[in-house]
Design a protein around this ligand. Structure first.
Ligand SMILES: Cc1cc2nc3c(=O)[nH]c(=O)nc-3n(C[C@H](O)[C@H](O)[C@H](O)COP(=O)(O)OP(=O)(O)OC[C@H]3O[C@@H](n4cnc5c(N)ncnc54)[C@H](O)[C@@H]3O)c2cc1C
Length: 463
């Protein structure tokens, strides 16, 4: 990077908020997806105005800029594909306003997701989206990926809680979108354009989020099954019986054993699958709902039903699910984690299909995920150095996505497209869908400088 540009970056951000040394670039060259590309500089803004100045400089000098939260993304979204500057938002982490009367909180985009609940719980409120990465992901990253989580089934995902955004546009303009009112129809719902935009359309610097009252009571249980089909069918049956649990998480036998090898969470190694289920609300209604859950699982090859009676027991039930990804990651040198999603009614077919695909291509797979949302995380366990295994794995991934599309599902429920799923997007949304995204990108970012090369190619890039 030219010295004059580095000098300008230092004058905008201060020396302590600019990195250009080669060894410092390594930490910003990857996220949780298996790709690495080093940027030429990393900057850490502390104000929206600095982000605006950076975008004006980048536009003038035609330098690619890649926004980054904590780099926990699973689709390669924060990898600086065209190098240039990584705009790391994690030092913009202040709470701007907590407004309990209106059940709102306004935060800077770099705040860690888990930092919200301790503040708002004093007013008996909570922020429902809870991705497995809640302890380290940022709110800006959650909005950019429309992150889901363990409570998505009953409480929805990030988009359901975004009320207002402050966004710096690719040419440096600062816009404030949305409203703090319960109802708001003045103009397009343009704040939602940025939810799931994966850092391609603008840089979010402030986010106003809706909050909900903490449920009075929770019932938590672990259902242990003798068959995979039984667990998958139980998910459909519970929903069909009229219950919407706040959590319904699935782990198959391979995941159970990986968890037990990683940390003893008391899971039965010989069970084919488990469901972790939680109902919440008023005490009587959540207990009544859990009773219906118990009746439904009992019909589906159930081996055992463990109901937590204390908070410690509940935490113990959740511990295995929380470490599932880390546990699978320790089985082989690498993993490819997918998040193909289907309607809940076809979950048994999806689970059977994934296992058949893994068997056909002789690839180890562990399946866990948000079964209540139809959002599974089939995780292929591989060694990237083994080229032959990688080729088989890529075929398995291709077939997995085709299966999801054939079952009227989607190639991503919550991890986004980024780099990892870019080759599959056109299959999902068609050529006209890609053209619409290209047209929108061109309108927002005429020089294609913000996170270029992600999600889809612009026509010049394809050429
Ligand atoms: C162990 C583990 C568990 C996970 N569990 C879940 C889960 O349950 N549900 C789920 O949905 N995801 C999950 N994830 C994925 C990941 O944590 C989420 O996608 C999260 O939202 C990413 O946040 P981040 O701050 O790390 O963003 P990053 O990874 O840094 O960035 C993600 C994308 O957002 C863009 N971006 C970041 N900040 C901004 C901003 N301020 N303005 C504009 N664009 C921005 C980046 O350019 C990039 O495209 C998990 C990841 C891990 C490692």
């Amino acid at each position: 990077m030219k010295k004059s540009i580095i000098d300008e970056l230092v004058s905008i951000f201060g020396q302590e908020n600019v990195l250009t040394d080669r060894e410092d670039m390594i930490a910003y060259s990857y996220d949780a997806a298996p790709v690495e590309i080093e940027p030429e500089a990393v900057v850490f803004p502390t104000t929206t105005e600095q982000v605006s100045q950076l975008m004006k400089l980048a536009y003038r000098e035609e330098i690619p800029v890649t926004p980054r939260g904590q780099g926990s993304g699973l689709s390669g979204g924060s990898i600086p594909l065209k190098q240039g500057i990584v705009l790391c938002m994690d030092r913009m982490n202040n709470v701007i306003e907590f407004d309990p009367a209106n059940r709102l909180i306004t935060v800077e985009a770099g705040l860690t997701t888990a930092d919200i609940d301790p503040i708002v719980s004093e007013a008996n409120l909570f922020y429902p989206p809870d991705p497995g990465s809640v302890a380290f992901s940022t709110i800006g990253g959650n909005v950019a990926e429309n992150a889901g989580g363990l409570r998505g089934l009953k409480y929805g995902v990030t988009k359901d809680y975004v009320k207002m955004l402050k966004v710096v546009m690719p040419q440096g303009d600062i816009v404030t979108l949305g409203s703090k009112c319960v109802k708001h129809v003045a103009g397009f719902n343009s704040e939602l354009m940025f939810v799931g935009s994966e850092g391609l359309l603008g840089v979010m610097t402030e986010v106003t989020l809706a909050l909900l009252p903490i449920p009075q009571h929770r019932e938590s249980a672990l259902a242990i099954f003798n068959s995979l089909d039984g667990a998958a069918q139980a998910v459909s049956d519970i929903i069909a019986a009229g219950v919407t649990p706040s959590t319904m998480e699935f782990m198959d036998n391979a995941t159970i054993n990986a968890v037990q090898d990683f940390k003893d969470c008391g899971l039965p190694r010989d069970a084919e699958a488990v469901l972790l289920i939680e109902t919440d609300g008023e005490e009587n209604s959540s207990k009544a709902e859990m009773k219906i859950v118990q009746e439904q699982v009992a019909k589906n090859d159930l081996r055992e039903f463990q109901l937590a009676t204390t908070t410690d027991e509940r935490d113990a039930l959740f511990a295995g699910r929380r470490v599932a990804l880390n546990a699978l990651a320790s089985v082989k040198p690498n993993l490819i984690l997918e998040d193909a999603t289907v309607k809940r009614s076809v979950l048994p077919e999806m689970v059977r299909g994934i296992i058949a695909i893994a068997k056909k291509h002789d690839i180890q797979v562990g399946i866990f995920g948000h079964a209540g949302d139809g959002n599974l995380h089939p995780t292929f366990l591989i060694d990237q150095a083994d080229k032959e295994e990688m080729a088989r794995c890529h075929k398995a991934v291709d077939e997995l996505f085709q299966l999801a599309i054939d079952l009227d599902g989607t190639i991503s429920g919550e991890h986004g497209i980024g780099l990892e799923k870019k080759p599959y997007l056109e299959n999902q949304i068609g050529a006209s869908g890609i053209k619409l995204l290209q047209d929108l990108k061109r309108m927002f970012d005429p020089k294609n400088l913000l996170n270029p090369g992600k999600m889809f190619d612009m026509p010049a890039e394809s050429a």
